[in-house]
Design a protein. Structure first.
Length: 69
């Protein structure tokens, strides 16, 4: 199981918040998490694969940079 970073945890939290809203208003997400409208829309619509992919690409970048490549 990949280690989840803070941003990934935030995105999942935002998605849970969105799912719990009786009226789907992106402005409520923006206000609650103090994020821009386009960021809120992106986070709400991200799939699990996209979120998990953020972890994988981060790990790959870290491995390359730490190996001196």
């Amino acid at each position: 199981m990949p280690i989840t970073g803070k941003k990934q945890q935030l995105i999942r939290e935002i998605q849970l918040f969105w799912d719990s809203l009786p009226k789907k208003k992106i402005s409520l997400v923006c206000r609650e998490y103090d994020i821009a409208r386009h960021t809120a829309k992106k986070y709400v619509s991200m799939t699990d694969d996209e979120i998990n992919g953020m972890d994988l690409s981060k790990g790959t970048t870290t491995n390359l940079s730490s190996s001196g490549v």
